[in-house]
Design a protein around this ligand. Structure first.
Ligand SMILES: Nc1ncnc2c1ncn2[C@@H]1O[C@H](COP(=O)(O)OP(=O)(O)OP(=O)(O)O)[C@@H](O)[C@H]1O
Ligand SMILES: C[C@@](O)(CCOP(=O)(O)OP(=O)(O)O)CC(=O)O
Length: 396
């Protein structure tokens, strides 16, 4: 059988100025601009293979080895419609271009981390879907143009089309053509910036981001203050802090923005709680660590998991502190944090009373990662997820 196929991976991103609220729910246009750091695909990624073939009789999707309906997923349908329309334009202009826009496709995607657990799987998942479609259809679009399509899968996905430090400019136009991601600085700009992801829970969360943010838009007066009076200035300050590699300022803005995001969740009626006792203990521990000068920043998305950003030289100390309070976690030491380790003690003058020591496994896993590059193209013949019949090689 003749077929056309592409396989790609895409990273997750963790926002330091949070997106929370839509002004248009079908085009996914946000109520404020946001900014994130793209994290290394060596630790967390989505991987997607898409095949187009005249032998296929319907569009099909497998996510983590389980078949899911495409028709019921409006966001996925929108991404497919947009990319097929762009392919059809190429075919209309160039007689010799294979007619891929009319072929059915099989999509197989896997996340190497828990889906829908507040670890930004929708961001890497839709970025990967749209990027892989663009390779399959050979679309002549840059990452910022593609981000407009990925945004319609999941807002935060638009930022995963770039590596490094990425802003999603909210735009003003009704059609969303100016609501796109742009790179503020590549990952090579600040290679020293690393992250520890503390997995507090890997279960599917209670209130999805999509539902939660619209309830906030409807009911929170504090959100209106945030949109108008806080985020525009904070975006400028954050971009300056990144350009200057000013970690203390970057960290302060990151923690303040996480705090305000969770404050607007509390200001939602009825309120939404994403953080739990463990999350709050992590905030107290990092605040104590920062008492003589800022050395680490915490941030929390729509779930209890913490992401801690810090310069590489502070990571051992931070890991030692976290290990004291949260024993019995699995540790993915991919960047060699514990190699030749002599630092096990807490820093001098660290007031251990800020938090009780939690029971074994309260924090399940700690992942050490760093700012890194955007989507990657893989060789389908070697790494593709579909077998000769166009079905997943692995089912759940
Ligand atoms: N690899 C993937 N390919 C296509 N779609 C995906 C992929 N991974 C996740 N998704 C979509 O994203 C949904 C999960 O998004 P959701 O926003 O609930 O969780 P999350 O992204 O983990 O959390 P958050 O965005 O709040 O950090 C899945 O149900 C699926 O529809
Ligand atoms: C708290 C956040 O992670 C919210 C992410 O929301 P989503 O991008 O998952 O929402 P949808 O656009 O409805 O799919 C903050 C952020 O990533 O900026």
């Amino acid at each position: 059988m003749t077929f056309f196929e592409a396989t790609c991976t895409a990273p997750v991103n963790i926002a330091v100025v949070k997106y929370w609220g839509k002004r248009d729910t079908s085009l996914i246009l946000p109520t404020n601009s946001s900014l994130s750091v793209t994290l290394s695909q060596d630790q967390l990624h989505s991987k997607t293979t898409i095949r187009a073939s005249a032998d296929f009789t319907s569009d099909r999707l497998w996510l983590n080895g389980i078949e899911e309906s495409i028709e019921k997923n409006k966001r996925l349908v929108a991404c497919l419609r947009e990319t097929r329309a762009l392919r059809a334009q190429i075919e209309a202009k160039d007689e010799s271009a294979p007619k891929l826009s009319g072929l059915k496709i099989h999509i197989c995607s896997e996340n190497n981390f828990p889906t829908a657990a507040g670890l930004a799987s929708s961001a890497s998942g839709y970025a990967c879907l749209v990027y892989t479609l663009s390779k399959l259809f050979e679309l002549p679009l840059n990452a910022s143009d593609l981000s407009i399509v990925a945004r319609q899968g999941s807002g935060s996905a638009c930022r995963s089309l770039f590596g490094g430090f990425v802003a999603w400019e909210m735009g003003e136009k009704e059609d969303g053509s100016d609501s796109r991601a742009v790179q503020v600085a590549p990952e090579t700009h600040w290679p020293d910036l690393q992250a520890l992801i503390c997995v507090v829970s890997d279960e599917k969360k209670g209130t999805s981001s999509t539902e939660g943010m619209q309830l906030t838009v409807k009911t929170s007066a504090l959100l209106q203050h945030r949109i108008k009076n806080v985020v525009p200035k904070r975006m400028e300050e954050m971009i300056a802090a990144i350009h200057n590699k000013d970690f203390p300022r970057f960290a302060e803005l990151t923690m303040q923005d996480s705090n305000q995001f969770h404050a607007v969740c509390l200001d939602t009626y009825p309120p939404i709680f994403y953080m739990n006792d463990i999350s709050r203990a992590i905030i107290r521990i990092i605040s104590e660590y920062n008492k003589d000068g800022i050395k680490a920043a915490y941030t929390f998305d729509a779930g209890p998991n913490a992401v801690i950003y810090a310069p590489q030289q502070n990571m051992r100390e931070i890991y030692a502190i976290l290990s004291h309070y949260f024993p019995g976690h699995a540790f993915e030491d991919s960047l060699g944090l514990k190699k030749n380790d002599t630092v096990h003690a807490l820093p001098q003058n660290f007031d251990t009373r800020v938090s009780p020591v939690f029971s074994q496994g309260a924090v399940k896993q700690i992942l050490h990662t760093k700012a890194d590059d955007g989507p990657r193209v893989l060789d389908s013949a070697q790494y593709g997820l579909l077998n000769a019949e166009g079905l997943p090689k692995r089912l759940a």
